[in-house]
Design a protein around this ligand. Structure first.
Ligand code: FAD
Ligand code: DLZ
Ligand code: SF4
Length: 512
């Protein structure tokens, strides 16, 4: 029985289900670098280099274990350009009894693979991806019959199910959530700890050269590439984080500072999403650091919640709600994405800094993604398709299953409240409280109107006014709407006009 086994670019885990039962004497593993996957959005150069480098390293590792790998490089003249094309070519080139795949992480490709399986002319088995802590079945069971799906309750169930940070049947320390302690503003001139970045190995350097040559007009710089491209490198970064950074993760979880891209964050999403790290293992090791007294509970609980809670929750939502989730636009947002999201050419110090780190590192941390670029797109009313395209294109960790619920749901409220219970709309005061950006900005964060005023302030009330019909009854927005109502009609009209002027000024023009 010869089996063709497909391993996709983000399926680089030794324990992948597609490899279960592999017979090295008879089977072939197919890995293919293809244009379709590199260009369905114009991914950041570092993301393509990361995926190709990690794939090449993984293929070497499999070969070293005696596995036969059919590896199709991006510059192979016979490369068909698509995963299904490469499956067809591989099947035509050998004699196989069946093909085995692990389900993929994006609806788009899942549809292509399902269509391929239909017409393949031999049995194609699509196995579950078991690299997540919560299976599709378990998530569906949890979600079933609930009128609202809230991450916090899902997370508690996952804590109980895994025993992570549990004290018998109670949460460790008596509380499920230490968020309230995790909102400290970083002091001015803060110097977060030095971070371990990975020097690209020879294979990664080759992938970087290929990307520079083949995708020169994609967004982003390549020269500061420092992402792990092997499981060993990912392990080194994780070890460094657990030993040196994790203790500060909680306190500074929401803090931002100019020219400090990493703060106290893990820098592990690229490795988790590629399969170089295992999420439950990461959580257990973080817990062990707490149990050994080397990191406080607020840090470790906060960190574990991101992985066991948010990461698993958004994946569950994506597969529960796709494909209709991808068309959601609850606020009828209809504007274009301003050009400075790509160029970084803006006087808004916060936005300029986030776009700069995004371009240089294919990375921005969560609060930068949510409360700077995400919040601005929300307040401007940018169409969710344009915002999704941007987030998918610019981050090295972007895959639709995790990007879309975060963007459409958490940042834009385009899902009408599936991921979050209210829009994360905020004026400049929030950014001023959590960062040192405003001090050096040409805009005045204390000012509410006029050309010198912080654009987040100019947009905030107009956003609420524009979306009154959709948001007025949201209990979590009762307070701001009471304030807005208290302004009286004339002032409300002036605030709406102020926001309109600001939308135009920033280039959020109506979409055709
Ligand atoms: P840390 O802050 O150290 O967190 C540890 C881990 O927790 C992360 O590596 C990640 O795996 C997980 N995590 C944290 N927050 C989330 C979250 N909201 N959803 C899912 N997992 C989470 N994350 C992606 O992996 N890919 C994306 O494409 C992506 N797009 C995003 C888009 C928007 C608009 C927002 C607001 C968030 C997005 N996130 C995405 C979530 C989060 O910003 C990143 O996971 C995080 O910044 C990665 O950096 P880190 O490893 O240093 O994270
Ligand atoms: C992201 C990506 C890129 C850039 N290139 C490839 C590739 O050439 N070959 C491949 O198998 N996978 C690639 N990937 C990852 C896929 O896009 C990913 O498997 C799907 O989007 C599903 O998550
Ligand atoms: Fe950003 Fe406004 Fe502060 Fe400038 S003043 S950094 S635009 S929040």
């Amino acid at each position: 029985m010869a089996v063709l086994r497909l391993v996709l670019g983000d399926q680089l885990s030794g324990g992948l289900t597609a490899l279960e039962g592999l017979d090295p004497a008879a089977d072939t593993v197919l890995m293919a670098e293809v244009r379709d996957e590199a260009t369905y959005v114009r991914h950041h150069k570092q993301k393509i280099a990361l995926v190709f480098a990690a794939m090449r390293n993984h293929a070497e590792r499999l070969r070293a274990r005696g596995v036969r790998v059919r590896y199709v490089a991006i510059d192979d003249p016979d490369n068909s350009g698509s995963i299904t094309g490469e499956l067809a070519r591989a099947l035509a080139a050998g004699v196989y009894d069946r093909a085995v795949l692990t389900e993929c992480g994006e609806w788009r490709l899942a549809e292509h693979l399902a269509a391929f399986a239909e017409g393949a002319g031999l049995p194609v088995e699509i196995r579950e991806d078991r690299r997540f802590i919560c299976s599709h079945d378990r998530f569906r069971r949890w979600a079933s019959g609930k009128s609202q799906l809230r991450m916090e309750f899902f997370y508690r169930e996952m804590r109980r199910a895994t025993g992570l940070l549990m004290d018998g049947d109670q949460p460790e320390g008596g509380r499920w959530n230490y968020d309230a302690e995790n909102r400290k503003k970083a002091p001015r001139g803060v110097k977060p700890p030095q971070r371990l970045r990975i020097t690209p190995n020879a294979i990664a350097q080759g992938a970087m050269a290929d990307v520079a040559c083949l995708f020169p007009d994609h967004f982003g710089a390549l020269h500061d590439f420092g992402w792990p491209t092997t499981a060993e490198e990912a392990e080194t970064v994780l070890e460094d984080f657990l030993a040196n950074i994790l203790p500060g993760f909680g306190d500074w979880q929401d803090a931002m500072a100019e020219d400090q891209p990493w703060m106290w964050h893990g820098l592990i999403s690229t490795s988790l999403n590629l399969g170089l790290l295992d999420p439950v293992d990461v959580c257990r090791r973080a817990e062990a650091v707490y149990r050994a007294g080397r990191a406080p509970l607020n840090a470790v609980e906060g960190f574990i919640r991101q992985i066991l809670g948010w990461r698993e929750f958004v994946r569950g939502i994506y597969w529960l709600k796709a494909p209709e989730y991808r068309a959601r636009n609850f606020l009828d947002a209809d504007r274009n994405l301003p050009w400075f999201y790509w160029s970084g050419e803006t006087d808004m110090a916060c936005v300029a800094d986030v776009v700069k780190t995004t371009r240089e590192n294919a990375y921005a941390h969560h609060i930068q993604r949510l409360m700077v670029t995400g919040n601005l797109a929300l307040l401007l009313g940018v169409h969710p398709d344009a915002v999704d395209d941007w987030y998918m294109a610019v981050y090295a960790d972007a895959y639709e299953w995790v990007e879309m619920p975060n963007t459409r749901g958490m940042a834009l409220f385009a899902d009408g409240g599936i991921v979050g219970s209210k829009p994360y709309a905020a004026s400049g005061a929030y950014i001023d409280r959590m960062s040192d950006y405003c001090g050096g900005c040409r805009y005045d964060v204390k000012s509410k109107s006029g050309d010198a005023a912080c654009p987040f302030n100019r947009l905030y009330w107009g956003f609420l006014e524009r979306n009154r019909g959709r948001l007025r009854d949201n209990p979590r927005l009762a307070m701001p709407y009471r304030t807005l109502d208290g302004f009286g009609e004339a002032r409300r009209a002036a605030l709406a006009a102020e926001a309109e002027a600001c939308r135009t000024l920033l280039g959020a023009t109506p979409r055709d």
